[in-house]
Each structure stands twice: as structure tokens, then as C-alpha cells.
Design a protein around this ligand. Structure first.
Ligand code: 13P
Length: 266
């Protein structure tokens, strides 16, 4: 059963180009986020230098703020890096293991695991990304790849996890290509992720939220968040357009959701 309030996480990647544009984008998303705050959780992930200007815009709102990466050590001689401990004072979230970091910056499963553990230890909510490459998808190896990445990424986080851990299934071939995954494929893979989570963490998989990401937009977001096992989406390109992202928030808010224990039915 998915979480009663789905999550829409906006990964801005290396965009936009200025602090002013970042603050403006955040400000333009706020009306929709505020309007639907009771039904949709929204979090924005700007590049490091725009975290502070965006934090100022989000102050006093329910919109979460996160970084796109972190280092696992708290401090030290790691030129160019930013630690989870440094982010913890003013971010709610951190993304680890995004495929762009794995592919372009050589991050392996072990590094991703250390980042996930560091993020959780620092008190951040962690989005751990997994996803198969095109050739792996074509060869029918999606399940094996996802299970390996997930088991490795969860090394050392068993005792923590819970509500503060989110897994994002992002097939590499669907990212930025306009080729969003068939919702059936996404649903099956999310099911596998949930079963693996139960196996590794030894507790009900629904405690950890699972998202889909890869060419999600206002036209297709409902086909993922409407899946019985999907708790939301990690959005790239479409989150850079305030009007489009606001439509996505409204689309998700309009979906019927499970009523969690203790919550009133509307
Ligand atoms: P797109 O939505 O641009 O395909 O990117 C997805 C993604 O990588 C989010 O982390």
C-alpha cells in the first residue's frame, strides 16, 4: 500500500544558471505546492550554490529542500566535496546514487552505500537511486541489476532506514530521453524493490517509500503515482518549468489515495 501523501521530488540537476532564476523557479512552484500540501509532499533539489537562496524562498512553507549529492565523511581533505553533515543544518533531503553520478563520476555501489548511510546518520531524508542501463533492460537483466544496486546501497543502513529512506527507480534509458518507462514495467520493478527492501531491512516494505523517475511530465505522472505500489516521482527536466511542475502537483493531488491509519478519510 503506498504512502497516503505521495512525494514529488524536483531534481534540478545543474540548473538553472543563476541564483535569481533558482529563487524565481522555487517561488513560482510555491502556490501549487501550498494549495495541495495536504495531498502531495513536494521537495526541491537545487545545485549546491542555490540551496541558500532557495531555502530563503521556502522558509515557513512545507516544501522540502535537498541536495543532489553528498560526501560520506563529515569533513576533511576532499576538495570540491560537500558532506552530509554540512547539509544537515539547512537541508531536509539528499539524493545519493543518481545514475548521472554513477556514469559520469565513477560512483560505485560501495560509495553510494556510504553516502546513504552518512545522509541518514546526519539526520537527512535520503533518496537512494537505482536503475538499469539500456543494454541491461534489453537483455532482460533489470531485476538482477536493481536487486544488486539496492542490496549494495543498503549496506550499513539496515538499522536506520524507515520513513526517512526513499528509493527511486530511475531506468537510465528513460532519463532525459522522453522515453518514459511503461507503467507496467515500472510497477513490476517497484514491486521487486519492495520485496528486496523487506528482505534486507526485515520490516514491512511500505515503511520505505518508492518513487519512479525518468521522463515524467504532467501528462504521464498520474500513470505512475496511480500505481498501487508507487509513492511518487523523482522529476528532472519537467521540474524546471514551474507551470508544468505545478500541473504535476495538481494531477497527483487529484488521485485517490489510501487512507493511512489515524488519518481521516476526506
Ligand atoms: P528527467 O525527468 O529529465 O528524465 O530526469 C529524471 C531524473 O534523472 C531525476 O533524477
Amino acid at each position: 500500500m503506498p504512502a497516503s501523501r505521495p512525494l514529488l521530488a524536483a531534481n534540478w540537476k545543474m540548473n538553472p544558471l543563476s541564483a535569481g532564476a533558482a529563487a524565481e523557479l522555487a517561488g513560482d512552484v510555491l502556490p501549487a505546492a501550498r494549495e495541495h500540501a495536504g495531498r502531495v509532499e513536494v521537495a526541491l533539489f537545487p545545485p549546491f550554490p542555490w540551496l541558500l537562496p532557495v531555502a530563503r524562498v521556502l522558509e515557513g512553507t512545507e516544501v522540502g529542500l535537498g541536495a543532489q549529492d553528498c560526501h560520506w565523511e563529515a569533513s576533511g581533505a576532499f576538495t570540491g566535496e560537500v558532506s552530509a553533515a554540512m547539509l544537515a543544518g539547512w537541508c531536509d533531503w539528499v539524493i545519493v546514487g543518481h545514475s548521472e553520478r554513477r556514469i559520469h563520476f565513477g560512483e560505485d555501489d560501495g560509495m553510494v552505500a556510504r553516502k546513504a548511510a552518512a545522509g541518514l546518520a546526519a539526520g537527512l531524508d535520503v533518496i537512494l537511486c537505482v536503475g538499469e542501463r539500456e543494454e541491461e533492460f534489453v537483455d532482460g537483466r533489470t531485476g538482477a541489476v536493481i536487486e544488486r544496486q539496492l542490496r549494495a546501497g543498503l549496506e550499513g543502513v539496515e538499522a536506520r532506514g524507515g520513513r526517512r529512506l526513499v528509493v527511486a527507480y530511475e531506468p537510465v534509458w528513460a532519463i532525459g530521453t522522453g522515453r518514459n518507462a511503461d507503467p507496467d514495467h515500472a510497477g513490476r520493478t517497484i514491486g521487486l524493490i519492495r520485496r528486496t527492501l523487506v528482505d534486507v531491512l526485515g520490516r514491512p516494505g511500505q515503511e520505505v517509500r518508492v518513487l519512479y523517475g525518468g521522463s515524467v511530465n504532467a501528462a504521464n505522472v498520474a500513470s505512475y503515482v496511480g500505481l498501487p505500489t508507487c509513492d511518487g516521482c523523482l522529476v528532472g527536466g519537467a521540474s524546471l518549468k514551474a507551470a508544468e511542475f505545478s500541473r504535476m502537483i495538481a494531477e497527483v493531488a487529484a488521485l485517490p489515495r489510501a487512507v493511512a491509519a489515524g488519518e481521516e478519510a476526506e
